[in-house]
Design a protein around this ligand. Structure first.
Ligand SMILES: O=P(O)(O)O[C@@H]1C[C@H](O)[C@@H](CO)O1
Ligand SMILES: O=c1cc[nH]c(=O)[nH]1
Length: 343
C-alpha cells in the first residue's frame, strides 16, 4: 500500500534541489509509525495532485488572499518574485533567534556576513518576524500551539502563492529535557500529547480529528549525521512531549498554582521517560501534523535547557542559554549547507 503522504504531497515530483531522498521516502517507503494508532495518517484526506502545501478548494476562488499576520498579500506583493526560490523554512519561537539564525545562514552559505542587517519582511506587524537569506526563510512563531498554527497556515499559503517547490521545514527551539545533560539536542522522532498519544487533536466546529505527529525519519537521521560530523555537543533522536502550558502543563512545581505533589510530578516524568519521551516543549505536535498534511518533510530540533528530573527553574546564565540556543541552528545550518552546495 503506498504511503499516505498528506494533502499536498502529490505535487512533489520534481527532484531538482537535492531533497530527492527525502521526497522519495515520503512517496515510497512503507509507513512505519511510532504511533499506537497506525491508521491515523491513513484517515487523513488526500488532496487533488494540483495543490501544493495547501488543501483548500476555496483558495483558488479568492480574488485576493491577505496573509494578515504577516502583513503580506497576493495583490499587494509579488509573492513568487519575493519567495519563489525558498527551499528551507526554519521556524522558532523568538524573533531575535530567527534574526540571528538568518545572519548565521547568510555567512554559512557565503551570501554575506553574519553582521549584515537582514531586514524583517513583516516589519509592519509585530505578530511574527520573517527573514530571508537565499533559499532560507526564517520565521518566528511565538509561544504555544495556537500561535504556531496561525503562522503555519499563512506560511503554507505563502509557499503555495509563491509557487515554491521541494521545500523542507524545521523547527529550531528550546525545551526541557528528561534524564539528559542540559544542552543536549533532541531531534524529535514523534511528538506526543500529555497522555503520550502520538497525535494532534484538532477541534473544528466541535468535531475532533486526530492527526499523525510523526516527523520525517530520513531528515532526522541526516541531522543526526550532521551532529556526528560536528561532534560539538550531545544529540539524540527521541520522542518529544508537546504541552499547552509551560507550568502545570509540564508538571512544574513553580507555577502560580500547583495542586499536585513532588511525587506526582516525578511519577509523571518517569512515565514519560519510560514511554521514550526525552524532552518537553509546546509546538511540535501541530508543527508535525501540519507538515504531514501539507506534504512537507519536517524536523523538530530542540536543545534542552535543563533536566526536569533535577528541577523546574531555568537559572543558567544568559551566556550559557545563548550558546545552547545556537546548537539546533548549527545542526540545521549544517544540513542546509550540504544541500545548498549540491545545487
Ligand atoms: O521555540 P521556543 O524556544 O519558543 O520553544 C519553547 C516552547 C515554548 O514556546 C517556549 C517556552 O519557554 O520555549
Ligand atoms: O522546560 C522547558 C524549557 C523550554 N521550553 C519548554 O516548553 N519547557
Amino acid at each position: 500500500m503506498p504511503i499516505p503522504r498528506g494533502d499536498g504531497a502529490g505535487t512533489h515530483k520534481s527532484f531538482d534541489f537535492g531533497h530527492q531522498k527525502i521526497q522519495e521516502d515520503i512517496a515510497d517507503s512503507d509507513y512505519k509509525m511510532a504511533c499506537s494508532n497506525k491508521d491515523l495518517c491513513r484517515k487523513e484526506p488526500t488532496c487533488p495532485p494540483k495543490c501544493a502545501y495547501v488543501s483548500n478548494p476555496y483558495l483558488e476562488t479568492m480574488k485576493e488572499d491577505v496573509l494578515y499576520h504577516f502583513d503580506l498579500g497576493t495583490k499587494t506583493h509579488d509573492l513568487p518574485a519575493m519567495f519563489g526560490d525558498v527551499k528551507f523554512i526554519c521556524v522558532g519561537g523568538s524573533s531575535s533567534r530567527m534574526k540571528t539564525f538568518s545572519q548565521y545562514m547568510n555567512e554559512l552559505l557565503g551570501l554575506g556576513r553574519a553582521t549584515d542587517d537582514i531586514p524583517n519582511i513583516c516589519a509592519q506587524t509585530d505578530r511574527y518576524s520573517m527573514y530571508k537569506v537565499g533559499p532560507v526563510l526564517a520565521v518566528s512563531h511565538g509561544m504555544g500551539i495556537p500561535s504556531i498554527s496561525i503562522m503555519l497556515h499563512e506560511l503554507f499559503k505563502l509557499l503555495y502563492h509563491a509557487k515554491c517547490t521541494d521545500v523542507v521545514a524545521f523547527r529550531i527551539g528550546t525545551s526541557g529535557g528528561i534524564g539528559l545533560k542540559p544542552g543536549t539536542v533532541v531531534i524529535s522522532k514523534v511528538s506526543v500529547d500529555p497522555s503520550f498519544h502520538p497525535h494532534f487533536e484538532q477541534n473544528v466546529m466541535g468535531k475532533i480529528t486526530a492527526y499523525c505527529t510523526e516527523l520525517n525519519a530520513h531528515l532526522s537521521q541526516e541531522l543526526l549525521n550532521c551532529s556526528k560530523e560536528n561532534n560539538e555537543f550531545d544529540t539524540i533522536i527521541g520522542t518529544t512531549l508537546c504541552t499547552s502550558d509551560f507550568y502545570e502543563g509540564q508538571a512544574r512545581l513553580d507555577g502560580a498554582f500547583c495542586n499536585y505533589t513532588h511525587e506526582d510530578k516525578m511519577k509523571y516524568l518517569q512515565r514519560a521517560y519510560d514511554t521514550g519521551v526525552r524532552n518537553i516543549e509546546m509546538e511540535s505536535s501541530v508543527f508535525a501534523a501540519m507538515c504531514k498534511r501539507s506534504g512537507l518533510p519536517g524536523a523538530v530540533v530542540c536543545v534542552t535547557l535543563l533536566d526536569r528530573l533535577q528541577g523546574d527553574q531555568i537559572d543558567n546564565s544568559h551566556e550559557v542559554l545563548a550558546e545552547y540556543q545556537e546548537r539546533p541552528q548549527k545542526l540545521v545550518g549544517c544540513y542546509i549547507k550540504k544541500v545548498f552546495c549540491k545545487i
